[in-house]
Design a protein around this ligand. Structure first.
Ligand SMILES: [Zn+2]
Length: 112
């Protein structure tokens, strides 16, 4: 079940995602370079380790790295509690990894 607020939050999340992702990309390139690593390999290893991480750890790491996304998620959780609409809850991690690989990082790094 969805409503206008849910839709608004979905849009907000997309924008927040894009902004946070840009910051992370910039930081990644820098970190990889200073470690003398190939950014693509570096990013791929990071994503692989994320996929194996316990849920609690994943959440706190995600909050630290994606402050804007985290804020939207927090609002969504509030709305979810109040309205009973299903929010992000499940599938968050796989969506995150998929998006990072396909669009945010790995895919576009390859295209260089
Ligand atoms: Zn709603």
């Amino acid at each position: 079940m969805r409503c206008a607020i849910c839709e608004g939050l979905a849009r907000e999340l997309r924008d927040a995602w894009r902004s946070d992702q840009q910051d992370i990309r910039a930081r990644f390139d820098e970190t990889a370079r200073s470690a003398g690593r190939d950014p693509e390999t570096f990013l791929f290893q990071w994503i692989t380790s994320l996929a194996r991480m316990p849920d609690g750890d994943f959440d706190s790491l995600q909050s630290a790295r994606y402050p804007r996304v985290d804020e939207v998620r927090r609002k969504w959780k509030e709305h979810e509690t109040r309205s009973g609409h299903s929010g992000l809850r499940s599938g968050w991690r796989s969506a995150f990894i998929f998006d990072t690989v396909m669009r945010g990082g790995y895919g576009s790094l390859r295209g260089r």
